[in-house]
Design a protein around this ligand. Structure first.
Ligand code: WT7
Length: 641
């Protein structure tokens, strides 16, 4: 057995599942015993879903970086921890061994310390996909600072909101980031985000693109200078050390902002011990990682997938993890396949939207690649359609690699429902079975459990798992209201699901006002707020509609004061506003100007009707008699894009 907690066949899965439900504490204390603890826990689990309060491995002391790095050094010191592929395939690649990772993380921890960062301080990280991003994240964890990584596609305004919400005093960024043929000026976005900000004390800037940047005296420092200075502090006679901060099991590890059904993103908080145990456990089991395998998760570290399955999960398991700076379609749509052959990647974990987009470029980009190193394929982020599933299976996995369809969320920290590669069977378009330790339930509108098979309902989880969301930063009540109050006694996911005759789950999509665009979460209210900021917009309503590549597209119905001349110019202006307020990822795909919106007498927008229209289902709008003015529906139908 490669890992003591690795489940290797269907019988073991059944036995582990049974044990995990009958004796969750016994089950998880066994898994947790394979990690490095400064102090053992006093109690495995203390919880209630009313407050909510979830405490795993209570009383234990640890540092996650000692588990991700230090404990591997003796055996794996010279083995690659991170293999980095640059945006430009001509540029030299970088292989970061565990020894080197240790040194860099110690150095950066020292840099943070030198700049005044202390345990519990919030550090915002806004960088491209370079190894230094991993050092920054792990450096924070080493000194117990709470990192909050912000995806490079978010605007200055979004960053400003997040900095304010987290009361962050420190930022780590890059001059710029390379993505395809673009050079994104990250530091300049940070400068815009910091206009008027009085909280941020230091900005550490790593040089990547050599794009000109403005460095503010006393506030902005260069990564390179700081690291050089720190090197002398952490290295004595060739021996590197920086003592890791002793963290309580429940101390927060990071904040990651995600969208919900309100206009304001929330800061999901994960804590040290439970998150560590669950990400390593799920990584090893779902992907059936074997020591020596090369794992390639194509996500960005700005999303939870990157946190859990590029960094923390693989590194806790002593794995080799790939980090790719670029995009799947540059220099051409064969880039993933080039990378797989170049490094002999064994596990590929990507999003359905990427698969669908690459499908669209044709098999010409796949041909000529061997892809024979691949053992396991994975998908995440959104439902995968039959066609994409089979394309992936036939052309990439050559029908010999199990495909794991992994369902989870930012809030769940790790994969909760998925088949395990080669251990439990796949069923196309189904995430299939819960991991041992996870108890999904389907409930009806009234929160009553729906038993049996071939049934659909709202997906909830009954019992805490170690990486359950702990709180939403600065607003615990919001956490309770969002996840634990709709169906008392359960964690509510916001997803709908179907359970088949064998207990396999199929995720049918969000049941709240959250969109999933290319695997990215967007709140309709958030997009509406951004649109409404545009001068001339009176009111707007945003819904999702099926989009061939993105999964869901954003359809905006907008009441506009008066469109002068070319409607398309007004559309461009609105898109520019959304880009400014949230970022390019939130740009609507379609904008329809409407004379009014379908509202009930109490003024509530009937989104159901708008969704039907956006989907093109104009005939089955259902009951419109309760509308204040049913005639607007006819007008909207006429103007459908
Ligand atoms: C939402 C969570 C967690 C990784 C990235 C997204 C949808 C996620 C699947 C899947 C169908 C999926 C759900 C979920 N989702 N994985 N395998 N099949 N839907 O994280 O931004 O927190 O979004 O993504 O709707 O609630 P996220």
């Amino acid at each position: 057995m490669s890992y003591p907690y690795q489940i290797k066949n269907a019988e073991q899965y059944q036995a582990a599942y049974k044990k995990s439900v009958e004796d969750p504490e016994g089950f998880w204390s066994e898994v947790a015993s394979h990690f490095y603890w400064r102090k053992h826990w006093d109690k495995v689990l203390d919880w209630n879903f009313t407050d909510p309060r979830v405490e795993w491995f209570k009383g234990a002391k640890l540092n996650i970086t000692e588990n991700c790095i230090d404990r591997h050094l003796e055996k794996l010191g010279d083995k690659p921890a991170i293999i980095w592929e640059p945006n430009n395939p001509e540029e030299r690649t970088r292989v970061v061994t565990y020894n080197r990772l240790h040194k860099r993380v110690c150095q950066f921890a020292q840099v943070l310390k030198n700049n005044g960062v202390k345990k519990g301080d919030r550090v915002c990280i806004y960088m491209g996909m370079v190894p230094e991003l991993a050092y920054a994240v792990l450096g924070c964890a080493r000194i117990g600072a709470i990192h909050s990584v912000i995806f490079g596609g978010f605007s200055a305004q979004s960053i400003a909101d997040r900095l304010y919400d987290a009361n962050a005093e420190y930022i780590v960024t890059c001059d710029g980031a390379f993505r395809g043929n673009k050079d994104i000026p990250l530091k300049s976005v940070i400068d815009d985000a910091l206009i008027g900000n009085r909280t941020v004390k230091k900005v550490i800037v790593y040089t990547r693109t050599r794009t000109p940047v403005s460095m503010i005296k006393g506030r902005d420092v260069w990564w390179e200078d700081e690291m050089e200075h720190a090197e002398h502090q952490v290295e004595q006679e060739g021996k590197v050390s920086f003592p890791a901060e002793e963290m309580d099991a429940e101390d927060p590890l990071f904040i990651l902002y995600t969208s919900g059904s309100t206009g304001k993103p929330k800061g999901v908080v994960h804590s040290c011990a439970g998150y560590m145990v669950y990400t390593a456990y799920s990584f090893v089991n779902v992907f059936q990682y074997e020591p020596g395998d090369i794992h390639f998760c194509t996500a960005d570290i700005g999303w939870i997938t990157g946190h859990s399955y590029i960094l923390y999960g693989p590194l806790s398991a002593g794995a080799t993890t790939m980090m790719f700076e670029g995009i799947p379609t540059w220099p051409d749509a064969g880039r993933f396949w080039d990378i797989i052959d170049k490094y002999k990647v064994n596990i590929l974990y990507t999003a359905p939207t990427a698969i669908r987009s690459l499908m669209g470029f044709g098999l010409g980009h796949v041909h000529g690649h061997k892809l024979d190193s691949l053992k396991v394929l994975g998908t995440v982020g959104e439902p995968i359609n039959q066609e994409a599933w089979h394309w992936y299976d036939d052309n990439i996995g050559k029908n010999k690699c199990p495909i794991v369809d992994t369902w989870w969320q930012t809030e769940t920290g790790g994969i909760l429902i998925s088949n395990m590669a080669g251990v439990t069977p796949a069923r196309p378009t189904f995430a299939t079975l819960p991991l041992p330790g996870v108890e999904p339930v389907l409930v009806d509108e009234n929160g009553k459990e729906i038993e049996g098979n071939n049934v659909s309902g709202n997906l909830c989880i009954r019992h805490p798992w170690p990486s359950t969301i702990r709180t939403t930063y600065g607003d615990h009540e919001r956490c309770r209201l969002n996840y634990f109050s709709t169906y008392p006694g359960y964690y509510f996911t916001g997803d709908g699901a179907y359970r088949d005759e064998n207990g396999n789950y199929r995720i049918t999509g969000r049941v709240d006002d959250v969109l999933n665009v290319s695997g990215h979460r967007l709140g309709t209210a958030e997009v509406e707020n951004a649109i409404n900021m545009h001068a001339g917009v009176v009111e707007s309503a945003v819904v999702g509609y099926p989009h061939e590549i993105k999964g869901q597209g954003v359809y905006a119905f907008i009441i506009y004061e008066h469109v002068h001349g070319d409607e398309n110019l007004t559309r461009q202006d609105i898109l520019q506003t959304v880009t400014r307020v949230i970022g390019p990822i939130a740009k609507p795909d379609k904008i329809q100007f409407v004379p009014g919106l379908p509202k009930t007498r109490s003024g509530k927008i009937m989104r159901r009707i708008l969704r039907k229209i956006a989907e093109g289902d104009l005939e089955n709008l259902g009951d419109t008699s309760t509308l204040l003015d049913p005639s607007v529906v006819e007008e909207i139908k006429r103007g459908k894009l």
